[in-house]
Write a protein that binds this ligand. Structure first.
Ligand code: FAD
Ligand code: DLZ
Ligand code: SF4
Length: 514
């Protein structure tokens, strides 16, 4: 008689053949469960490209497992029997297959982990939650590193990860090139004449087209377009995207990492975050590929180091911090920000060219690169004092790579300083001068980036100084803000008052509805 199966439940961002929940799975005995559920599609109004990417990648993954001989029970969103949540779909599947137990890998979001606590009760069988070991740094190791520290700093964590992995290290334990970090070489604006790397794209196959039709109908009201969907949806295409990046973009990644250029959405960025976060690419393998390109003389050290730092450093750091501080990380609001998120973020009209370009790119691609997220949309949200919960929900909804473990520390900590400096040592507040230096947005803007006051003044300028004045009680004592506050001290009172007046008028006129 055939033994009753164990259900291996694979969530939408667990599409790795090496995932812990599948590790000892027996195709002859076990059953794999995957489900497109309404609950996951509505907890924020996801960009349609994000939903389409995940559903198509899930369906392709199911097919690959079936080709390997696994029995995969895949519940589509359109299935009339679909009950709409992870818990209820699991319960239905346990009863359908008479399963004796469930194995699942630890989810990427606290919200889901919390919901998992009732799964055993809902399903009536034991549920084993296994570690998600697709990260370089296991969570207990991160906890040990963070223990006793009042503030965490990515740079020190990153050095520890370099030592632990041996990536970009000499035999004697020193970093290659004699330095840990080549960031100072990675701040060049893009020169007017520079060849851009060719784009990597994948033509939608029949599975993706079916998903696009479904998502187009069900999520037509969400912010974002499905037009031009060209993301990879399988691990093999994601590996091709990696190879394409290493060959064409990585050589200049370091130099232009912080640059922005109108009409060039991707510049030299990898666009690999959706694949890394859904499990189609392994972070260690991506770092190894970048290191090998440097050791093989194909890319300069500042490029390889800059890229590896993002994955081995930032990505691992924010994940460790998220699980260290959850639940509760999102509850702080150190700067007391309480403004409703303006309609500009959902495509409402604005004469600020930089914001318009970044929001429009987000609408088209469900992607914007780091400096656009940090120094344009993020900086603006910080300067206007937008409510952290609304900013967080926006970032979680609109980006194809957004899951709370990575979105929340970047938004709550890095851009909004809502955690009071636990993640980063100071707010990334900047005036229009920074945007002008790193982009060509200002030359095409209604506003004048050289002006701080008056009808043509760049809003980033007066908002920046308004923020610096208003937040002096919290920030003046911060050593890293000393130069900023020394400049403020040199500004006369009349100018400070005029700045505050212009900022107040601008903020009073910011439309929320769109
Ligand atoms: P590249 O520039 O090519 O970088 C390579 C990789 O490094 C990325 O794919 C990503 O995996 C990793 N990485 C780089 N910076 C970070 C970072 N700060 N935190 C974590 N990983 C990093 N990244 C997400 O994956 N999901 C998010 O929801 C997300 N939200 C963000 C919100 C804000 C406000 C900011 C400032 C950054 C956010 N990031 C997020 C980080 C970063 O912007 C994206 O990872 C990056 O833009 C993805 O594009 P890319 O793959 O071309 O990156
Ligand atoms: C983001 C997302 C969406 C939109 N839909 C689904 C889904 O229908 N089924 C699924 O298994 N996963 C989905 N996901 C990803 C989950 O939200 C993600 O796995 C959890 O948040 C844990 O990180
Ligand atoms: Fe943005 Fe100001 Fe430059 Fe306009 S002038 S693009 S608002 S920074």
């Amino acid at each position: 008689m055939k033994r009753k199966p164990t259900l291996r439940f694979i969530l939408g961002d667990q599409l790795s053949r090496e995932i812990s929940s599948l590790r000892d799975a027996d195709p002859a005995r076990d059953m794999v469960l995957m489900a497109e559920v309404a609950e996951e599609t509505v907890y924020v109004p996801h960009h349609p490209k994000k939903i389409a990417f995940l559903f198509s990648a899930m369906r392709h993954f199911a097919l690959e497992l079936r080709n390997e001989g696994f029995c995969v029970d895949y519940v589509t969103l359109a299935d009339p029997a679909n009950s709409g949540s992870f818990a209820s779909e699991l319960a239905r599947a346990v009863s359908r297959h008479q399963a004796v137990s469930v194995v699942v890998t630890h989810p990427g979001e606290w919200r889901v982990l919390d919901a998992m606590q009732v799964w055993e009760q809902a399903a009536g069988v034991p549920v084993e939650i296994r570690e998600d070991d697709r990260f370089v740094c296991p969570l207990p190791r991160f906890r040990r590193w963070a223990e006793g520290k009042r503030q965490l700093r990515m740079e020190f964590f990153y050095r520890e990860m370099r030592r632990a992995t041996g990536l970009l290290m000499e035999q004697d334990g020193e970093p290659v090139g004699g330095r840990w970090n080549f960031d100072t070489e990675n701040r060049k604006p893009v020169p007017a004449r520079l060849d851009m790397p060719p784009a990597f794209f994948v033509k939608p196959d029949a599975i993706t087209q079916e998903v696009l039709a479904l998502v187009g109908t069900r999520f037509a009201g969400n912010f974002g377009t499905l037009d031009g969907f060209d993301y990879a949806v399988t691990a093999s295409d994601a590996r091709r995207a990696l190879a394409h990046f290493i060959a064409h973009s990585l050589p200049s990644f370091g130099d232009y990492q912080d640059a922005m250029r109108q009409g060039e959405d991707r510049l030299f960025h990898s666009m690999l975050s959706p694949y890394l976060n859904a499990g189609l690419l392994d972070p260690r393998a991506v770092c190894d590929a970048a290191e090998a390109a440097w050791r093989g003389g194909q890319v300069p050290l500042n490029a390889a180091e800059g890229f590896i730092r993002q994955i081995l450093g930032w990505r691992e750091y924010v994940r460790g911090l998220y699980w260290l501080k959850m639940p509760g990380y999102a509850d702080t609001n150190r700067l007391g920000a309480d403004r409703a998120l303006p309609g500009i973020y959902w495509g409402g009209p604005t004469e600020m060219n930089c914001l318009r370009q970044c929001v429009d790119q987000t609408r088209r691609l469900a992607h914007a690169h780091h400096i656009q997220r940090l120094m344009v949309t993020g900086n603006f949200a910080l300067l206007i004092g937008a409510r952290p919960s609304e900013v967080e929900a926006w970032y979680l909804a609109v980006y194809i790579d957004a899951y709370e473990w990575v979105e929340l520390p970047n938004v709550h900590g890095m851009i909004l300083y809502a955690d009071g400096g636990y993640l980063g040592s100071k707010p990334y507040a900047a005036s229009g001068k920074y945007i002008d230096r790193m982009s060509d947005y200002c030359g095409r803007c209604h506003y004048d980036v050289r002006q701080t006051l008056g009808s043509k003044a760049c809003p980033f300028n007066f908002l920046y100084w308004n923020f610096i004045i208003a937040k002096a009680p919290e920030l003046r004592g911060n050593q890293r803000m000393a130069m900023t506050y020394a400049s403020l001290n040199r500004m006369d009172d009349m100018k400070q008052a005029a700045i505050q007046r212009q900022a107040a008028e601008f903020l009073a006129d910011l439309p929320v509805e769109y």
